[in-house]
Design a protein around this ligand. Structure first.
Ligand SMILES: NC(=O)c1ccc[n+]([C@@H]2O[C@H](COP(=O)([O-])OP(=O)(O)OC[C@H]3O[C@@H](n4cnc5c(N)ncnc54)[C@H](OP(=O)(O)O)[C@@H]3O)[C@@H](O)[C@H]2O)c1
Length: 338
């Protein structure tokens, strides 16, 4: 059995996470038992939710245990199988974690799933045609429920979830406006992802100034907002929401280091009669097949052309992860392992 490089959570961050919270080790992969497969990971997914798991605090999920391999989505190839439904060479997606190989009990529901790489590259199953894409789909379709002609806004628009949201909302005939950090990202959002406009929040020092820019980009107001960030961005959007608007609360990355994100004027929820609903995509497994089908078609037909930021080698994962939390990624952040 091959030796296996792994990254463990060594200690918990206080405030901002650092590379010293992680530890790189090498272990042997154990011999396979009946029903198990050995997967060699090609790509590891880095996702903002991992920051929350590093804390030992109350959340929707258990904290990442210390001294264990960091949790994470992976795509790869079966290199040994003791399960009748999996053969050597099968391409699979799973939750293999921050390591080169994983031994997976293939009988466990949802542990490992075969994917078809004929029309969709393997790495996209961690992004647009994976968890981030389904997240965008759930918030748009099940919470915002858009009508053609309405205006949709998404923050962190150049990222994995935001870029998928844009394509899904365009496919439903909406005006789609992004919010992103910096001119390069905003140009990408409009010119490559096909959004109607994008506002650079870094050009604005407060919510009033940002809301004025949103007014220009959304002349008919905002009917649906997909929230990834929180703080000033949410305050600015609330000022532009139309009556009976819907807000899908997906993430609040501006507060992931533990700082409070106060809401300047919650009365706007009442004044504009808004629906505000948070969600966790893994609690809605029933919609994944329908969402993945639509996302696969959008990618296969070139209507969604997601960009990827790819770090090389497992040892680069901590630095790339910290970069993701600071917006250094452009699209889906991955680590290429072979
Ligand atoms: N609820 C769920 O089930 C679920 C599932 C998946 C993801 N999520 C959430 O969805 C959001 C996007 O995830 P993703 O995987 O697509 O990540 P991503 O957008 O690819 O990367 C994160 C982006 O967040 C932005 N950001 C970071 N710090 C910020 C700050 N202080 N203020 C404003 N923007 C900031 C950066 O973009 P800029 O450079 O543009 O600032 C960064 O590139 C995250 O909040 C994540 O937690 C939730």
């Amino acid at each position: 059995m091959p030796s296996n490089q792994q990254i463990l959570l060594d200690n918990r961050p206080e405030g901002e996470a650092t590379t010293s919270n992680f530890k790189l080790v090498t272990t042997d992969t154990p011999a396979l038992q009946d029903g198990q497969v050995l997967v060699r990971h090609h790509y590891l997914s880095l996702d903002p939710y991992m920051r929350g798991r590093m804390n030992d605090s109350k959340s929707y999920a258990q904290p990442q245990p210390l001294g264990e391999v960091m949790i994470g989505g992976t795509v790869g190839e079966v290199v040994e199988s003791r399960h009748p439904k999996f053969a050597v060479g099968d391409k699979v997606v799973g939750m293999g974690g921050w390591q080169q190989y994983s031994v997976v009990d293939a009988n466990q529901p949802g542990a490992v799933r075969k994917v078809d790489t004929t029309h969709v590259p393997l790495s996209h199953y961690l992004g647009a045609v994976g968890m981030p894409g389904v997240t965008a789909w759930y918030g748009l379709v099940k919470i915002i429920n858009p009508k053609a002609g309405e205006t949709m806004v998404v923050s962190a628009a150049a990222g994995a979830v935001g870029s998928a949201f844009g394509a899904l909302a365009k496919a439903r005939g909406c005006r789609v406006v992004g919010i992103a950090g910096g001119k390069d990202k905003c140009d990408y959002v409009v010119n490559e992802l096909g959004f109607d406009a994008c506002v650079d929040y870094k050009e604005h020092k407060d919510a009033i100034s940002l809301s004025k820019a949103l007014k220009q980009a959304c002349p008919k107001g905002i009917d649906g907002y997909f929230e990834n960030v929180g703080g000033m961005v949410l305050d600015a959007v609330l000022l532009r929401m139309n009556a009976f608007g819907r807000i899908a609360v997906c993430g609040m990355i501006a507060g992931y280091n533990g700082q409070p994100l106060p809401l300047a004027n919650p009365a706007l929820i009442l004044v504009s009669r808004l629906k505000v609903e948070g969600f966790i995509v893994s609690e809605h497994m029933e919609i994944w097949p329908e969402a993945l089908k639509e996302l696969g078609t959008l990618v296969g037909t070139g209507k969604l052309r997601p960009r990827e930021s790819v770090a090389q080698g497992l040892a680069a994962a901590p630095e790339a992860f910290l970069g993701l939390l600071k917006g250094k990624n452009f699209g889906k952040q991955l680590v290429k392992l072979i």
